[in-house]
Write a new protein. Structure first.
Length: 332
């Protein structure tokens, strides 16, 4: 983490948090004094060197705050008199968001598994087994010959044949594990097991539906979220919604011979897990790409073009800032 602070009529400070940085190079491209430089992005992403993705020249930085405004990942924090400019009315605001509707969420954990930044955590409480399965089961110890067929076949590990002494055994049932599948009953060679699945017979019976539900909470950490959209794409009930910072697409230079498996630099730096190597060439999943530009920065053949058609940054009141920021979409 690097930081700058200067006192005067106003106290201004700039702090870079590398944990939030994705190495996109947006700040380096728009800095009016060229005070921000990219570090070795690929070695950093691969964990080969312990450095920040960007380096800030404290001598030439004018502390204008433009870099912090332009960063869609909040890795740069700019304050005036200890107030973050992103909380001040006169500064631009990113219109980006990610949210999960708690009313629709079924706590399947698909979003938690897919999130490339571990920004989602799902805490869930499963319904009790006895609320889902109803039945009866019993073992006639006089008929039981302790052959252990039931024990070996039980899918729920609910039956154990235990020794009670020298050459004496007892078949013990764990009804908390039993799902009344009747496998043991059908397999028993001496008809020692009596079992019935009442759930099947009670199909028309109105059970307590609330007792059947998986309950919980899905927490999305906005500090870690990069609005890639994986949660939205993978959610089976459309409970997740995402607004990305940019709109546009990514194209590859047709004359470039992608090195694919022997290079995969773009895949290694992508913060969204949007890049895969297919048939020896890089492919980008546009659904979860955020058009950050990290892949373009590290491509050794300079064959990846980021085409941003819209930037969801509003309230840009300064004409000079608007001219600079428009370069993020115009390709200047």
């Amino acid at each position: 983490m690097s930081s700058i602070k200067r006192d005067g009529e106003e106290t201004r400070s700039l702090k870079h948090t590398n944990d939030k940085c994705v190495g996109c190079g947006i700040c380096t491209s728009i800095c009016p004094t060229k005070s921000i430089k990219n570090g070795p992005i690929l070695p950093i992403a691969r964990g080969l060197v312990d450095m920040d993705y960007v380096n800030i020249n404290k001598d030439s930085c004018c502390l204008c705050g433009l870099c912090a405004v332009a960063c869609p990942f909040d890795s740069l924090e700019f304050k005036i008199n200890e107030k973050n400019i992103k909380d001040l009315e006169e500064y631009p605001k990113w219109i980006k968001d990610a949210a999960i509707d708690s009313e629709s969420c079924i706590y399947c954990k698909a979003c938690e598994t897919a999130c490339p930044q571990d920004a989602i955590k799902v805490a869930r409480t499963l319904p009790k087994r006895e609320n889902l399965v109803i039945g009866e089961i019993d073992v006639d110890q006089d008929k039981c010959i302790n052959c252990k067929i039931c024990e070996e076949l039980c899918p729920g590990d609910a039956i154990k044949v235990k020794s009670t002494g020298r050459n004496t055994y007892e078949t013990v049932l764990d009804e908390d594990k039993c799902v009344y599948c009747l496998v043991c009953k059908r397999a028993c060679p001496t008809d020692a097991i009596k079992a019935v699945c009442s759930s099947c017979a009670y199909q028309d019976y109105k059970f307590d539906e609330d007792a059947f539900k998986t309950k919980g909470d899905t927490i999305l950490n906005p500090d870690s979220c990069i609005n890639c959209g994986w949660c939205q794409e993978i959610c089976p009930v459309d409970a997740a919604t995402v607004i990305k910072p940019f709109e546009g697409d990514v194209t590859f230079d047709e004359e470039m011979e992608c090195k694919g498996d022997s290079c995969h630099a773009c895949k290694d730096v992508c913060p969204c897990n949007a890049i895969e190597i297919v048939d020896g060439k890089s492919t980008i999943d546009a659904r979860v790409c955020i058009l950050c530009g990290a892949c373009s920065n590290v491509c050794p053949q300079k064959g990846i073009q980021i085409n941003r058609t819209k930037m969801n940054l509003e309230n840009i009141r300064s004409k000079s800032w608007n001219n600079i920021l428009s370069g993020l979409t115009s390709g200047k």
